[in-house]
Every structure is written in C-alpha cells, then in structure tokens.
Design a binder for this molecule. Structure first.
Ligand SMILES: *Cc1c(COP(=O)(O)O)cnc(C)c1O
Length: 219
C-alpha cells in the first residue's frame, strides 16, 4: 500500500518548503480504478478523493460514503452545465469552474440549496486549444464575474501541458491567485506534486502514484 509513502513524501515536501502539513490536502484521484483498490485506500485511512466524471462517481461513491464516515469528494474533471445538480449533490468541491454559463448554473443551484461546494477556477496556463480552463489573460475578469454571482471562489486549478516544466505553470498560477486574493491552489499530480507543494499548492491531486497505473484511459 503506497498511500503511506505518498503521505510521507507530502510531509517531507511541506517540511522542506517550511509549510505546515495541515496546509496541504492530499486528494487521492480514484477515477477508473477498480473498487477493490479504492476500498484498500479507504481502509488505509484516506478520506479525500477526486473523480473526473459525475456519472462514474455516482456509480461508486454513495455506497462507499455509506460505509466510510467522513469522505469528501472533489470533482476534478470537466463539468457539463446539465450535470450541475447531481454534481452539487455529490461533491464537496469543484475544481473545474471555467465558463460563465457554468458559474450561472452553480450560482442558481447554490441559491436553491443554501450551500455551495468549494470552487476552484480552472486556468489553461499553457493556453492549449484542446484543454479546458480560462485563459490567463481572462482570469481576473472571470473571477469577478463569478463573485458578481455571489459565488465564493476558493482558488485556482491548473493542469500543466505535457512535456513542459510544470513549475513554471505552478508559479504562474500562484501569482494569479495572489493578485486576486485567493488562498487555494489546486496543482500537482503524481509526477510533480512535490514541486507544486514547494510553490504553494494547497490541494495536490495524486492518482497513479497511490493506486497504481489506471487500467483504462481516463475520460
Ligand atoms: C487524472 C488526474 C489527476 C491524477 O493524475 P496522476 O498522474 O495519476 O496522479 C490529477 N488531476 C486531474 C485533473 C486528473 O484528470
């Protein structure tokens, strides 16, 4: 069970950066993992998980939540506006807020419920055409738009381009969060969570390093 190894690496990275362990949340990304592996990680004590797809999460988490107390779920994949309702029923945090229509839907649903998950704005720091996220030049305005809908934005999230030095993207994201007065930084995955912690990550999203390689391609 490598969960303890990853926890130790998170701890070491925090110490090295002069940060408290309580300042960094380890999100175990369980997308497309077999239930037996997820259960083993729950048995080992992990309670914070990330999923990419609403439908997949709906299929497995209600039962796990009934059996294991204190689970929190983070949506880290794209959210379609027509899935906002089920997403807000199941998830405690949404890391992929990236367009006005989605912000409007979430705001309306939050009004209706009197509650809202923690929200992160996804930023396309590499300006990749195929990737979701707000462009860096539009981040400040988009955050203001969301706040205008009475949404409380916790922080920013990014997925650096494959093949580029991730720390440049982490540093850029941290700068954008800072100038907007946001404290949350969702950045760092299996390959690079230690450098993300060094650059201020408050939420690292670690999948394969905890669970092993994903058997199927992640959607
Ligand atoms: C799959 C995924 C992760 C985890 O990736 P690993 O490389 O397996 O750690 C993190 N963030 C997002 C947005 C993902 O889709």
């Amino acid at each position: 069970m490598p969960l303890a190894d990853i926890q130790n690496r998170v701890k070491a990275a925090c110490q090295k950066a002069g940060r408290g362990l309580q300042d960094v949340e380890l999100i175990a990304v369980s997308k497309v993992q077999p239930n037996a592996r997820v259960e083993a990680v729950l048995d080992a004590g992990q309670r914070v998980f990330g999923e990419n797809r609403v439908q997949e999460a709906q299929g497995k988490w209600p039962e796990f939540k009934a059996r294991f107390a204190g689970v929190t779920l983070h949506l880290i994949g794209p959210l379609q506006s027509n899935k906002v309702k089920p997403a807000m029923s199941l998830f405690d945090a949404i890391h992929t807020l990236d367009r006005e229509k989605l912000a409007r839907r979430i705001a309306a649903e939050a009004q209706a419920r009197g509650a809202c998950p923690e929200l992160f704005v996804q930023v396309n720091t590499g300006e990749e055409p195929q990737k979701a996220g707000v462009l860096p030049a539009e981040v400040d305005d988009f955050i203001k738009t969301c706040q205008g809908f009475d949404l409380k934005i916790k922080g920013l999230m990014c997925i650096p381009p494959v093949g580029e030095e991730p720390s440049l993207h982490f540093a850029l994201l941290a700068k954008m969060a800072k100038r907007n007065g946001l404290s949350g930084l969702s950045m760092g995955m299996s390959r690079d969570f230690e450098s993300a912690i060094a650059l201020g990550a408050t939420h690292v999203r670690v999948g394969s390093a905890i669970f092993g390689e994903r058997v199927m391609a992640a959607g």
